[in-house]
Ligand binder design. Structure first.
Ligand SMILES: Cc1cc2nc3c(=O)[nH]c(=O)nc-3n(C[C@H](O)[C@H](O)[C@H](O)COP(=O)(O)O)c2cc1C
Length: 188
């Protein structure tokens, strides 16, 4: 399975990118090939009024992986109670309807607050539902991201010994999503 992982912000030094890189080996262990798309790499030339009509050639490198993906994993940080505008802008450049239609999608939310971007993920799910994507139900919400990320070991650590192990949940999501894609992806 070809899985694209989107770090859903263009913020320099984002935690979303760290999470994207953190889950890549989990997908490899589940037998998938991965591509990470970091919205910080989107060139500023894309932010012009004519972009919706005509895309420059260089946009293909950001778009072809989506069109060829069996599954897309969205890493969704919470910005002002929703998902980042940069992510919506990127999605708005995708080909309609083929980029979303029948595409398998999964979600990981992250926030500095206690809710783990539940609302931003659900906002994005509304978009994906509107565009007829196949949504994987097992979502992960990473709250208190700044307290949970161990910068020395580059991993998520529990805030208390009693809570569920997020790394286990992410591993389970990865294997479950690859299986989901093998059933639903029209690319296979
Ligand atoms: C523009 C902006 C808006 C934010 N709004 C919220 C918010 O509404 N709720 C929240 O819990 N955290 C909010 N945060 C904090 C981020 O969710 C948190 O720092 C997370 O790490 C962001 O992901 P990133 O590191 O990939 O940018 C905001 C951060 C930014 C930059």
């Amino acid at each position: 399975m070809n899985i694209v992982i989107i770090a859903g912000t263009n913020r320099t030094g984002s935690m979303s990118k760290r999470i994207a890189q953190h889950i890549e080996p989990m997908y490899h262990a589940a037998g998938a090939i991965t591509t990470v798309i970091d919205l910080a790499d989107l060139p500023s030339e894309l932010f012009v009024p004519t972009i919706y009509k005509e895309k420059p050639e260089m946009f293909n490198q950001f778009h072809d992986p989506i069109l060829n993906a069996d599954g897309v994993v969205f890493i969704v940080p919470e910005y002002n109670g929703s998902f980042p505008g940069a992510l919506k802008f990127y999605i708005d450049l995708w080909k309609y309807p083929e980029a979303f239609e029948g595409r398998c999608v999964a979600f990981i939310g992250l926030s500095s607050n206690q809710w783990g971007a539940l609302r931003p993920v659900e906002h994005l799910q509304g978009v994906c539902g509107y565009r007829n994507a196949w949504q994987f139900n097992e979502r992960i919400f990473i709250n208190n991201i700044w307290g949970r990320w161990n910068f020395e070991q580059n991993t998520l650590v529990p805030l208390s010994p009693k809570e569920l192990d997020l790394n286990e949940l992410l591993t389970s999501q990865a294997s479950g999503f690859v299986q989901f894609c093998s059933v639903h992806s029209s690319k296979t």
